[in-house]
Design a protein around this ligand. Structure first.
Ligand SMILES: [Zn+2]
Length: 347
């Protein structure tokens, strides 16, 4: 437990830097016109005192039943699950150090690289590598992404596509370096292009120009692997996700990587509802992974246990169809509760 506590503590530190970088990026930023606003939460009091909000919390609790009661509790707060660092900051707790966690092979063809606070995802295919996110900076690309990829047996020169989860520096910081060095094609959703081009603080490489838009439902094929890209506007207007056909136990399991879970407006909620109901449920997505651990299914503790012992029998991240679908329904109900608490839920 000591180790776990130390790591949990460590999670926070990294994020202080990241949060600052994000605030910088947002502060300089201007938001794309008409796109959903960025994170915007009701207060704890508004959330607790709104009858309408609490009706949605009750609905989420009902969906959770006895087997997913914890999931409903996890998502149905006035902010929803937040990065450990933000939660600690809100509680006035001190910053903690960044710990390098990767590489962690979570599935046969999906490896997490990076830190306790933020990571990137490597998807090897028969014709090269798809990389989702790039950590904070050029330094991270050189000191973490390249060596961790090599340690996991991947050649960074094989990176063909770089997907940027959204336009904050902790996701695009290393992209410019990798784009230049390996001539990888960079994809990001257009509403976040301006933020990406402005760059982050320090050496987050301003001037990176994405080369391809990401549209909702878009298929991206590299060799024997086709990933499905999804648009999840809310945390930023151009937040995206990726469904990966992950291999484990001789079977393929669709897993969703989501770069943001916030639904701060009705439009944002509608976009998530469409993605969940019309795309992810139909693809039989079996788990939900965040680029920041400890928000979705990939808790730091679970990832470390998989790193230490790759699962043999059942995979601890995979949910049965019924549970995976309810996981998404709970997220939507809790988002409705937050909007209702602000008087902004219209349907
Ligand atoms: Zn962000």
């Amino acid at each position: 437990m000591t180790r776990t506590l130390a790591l949990a503590a460590a999670v926070v530190a990294a994020s202080q830097f990241t949060l600052f970088a994000q605030q910088q990026a947002q502060g300089r930023g201007g938001r794309a016109g008409g796109a959903p606003a960025e994170d915007n939460f009701p207060s704890a009091e508004q959330f607790a005192n709104s009858k309408e909000a609490q009706a949605h919390v009750a609905a989420a609790t009902k969906i959770g039943g006895s087997d997913m009661a914890d999931t409903a509790k996890w998502f149905c707060t006035n902010t929803g699950p937040q990065r450990v660092a933000l939660a600690r900051q809100a509680q006035g707790l001190p910053r903690l150090p960044t710990v390098q966690e990767g590489p962690i092979k979570l599935f046969d063809n999906l490896t997490y690289i990076g830190f306790n606070d933020v990571g990137a995802w490597v998807v090897p295919t028969s014709a090269g590598i798809i990389l989702f996110d790039t950590l904070n900076s050029t330094a991270d690309a050189m000191n973490v992404i390249e060596p961790e990829m090599q340690k996991a047996g991947f050649d960074p020169a094989q990176i063909k596509y770089i997907l940027i989860g959204h336009g904050h520096a902790d996701h695009f910081g290393g992209a410019n370096y990798l784009q230049m060095k390996y001539h990888a094609k960079v994809l990001a959703a257009m509403p976040d292009w301006a933020a990406i081009q402005r760059g982050g603080r320090g050496n987050a490489a301003p001037g990176l120009m994405p080369e391809m838009d990401v549209t909702d439902g878009q298929k991206l094929t590299l060799g024997d692997t086709t990933v499905t890209l999804i648009r999840l506007p809310g945390h930023t207007p151009g937040t995206i996700g990726m469904v990966v056909p992950a291999k484990f136990g001789g079977r393929t399991h669709n897993v969703a990587i989501m770069s943001g879970t916030q639904m701060p407006t009705q439009d944002s909620l509608d976009a998530f509802k469409h993605v969940f109901n019309d795309e992810l449920k139909k693809l039989n997505v079996e788990t939900f992974l965040g680029s920041h651990p400890d928000i979705l299914m990939n808790s730091l503790m679970l990832m470390e246990s998989i790193r230490d012992t790759y699962p043999a029998g059942s995979h601890p991240l995979l949910l049965a169809k019924n549970k995976a679908d309810r996981y998404m329904d709970i997220m939507l109900e809790c988002a409705r509760a937050r909007l209702a608490a602000q008087g902004r839920l219209t349907s």
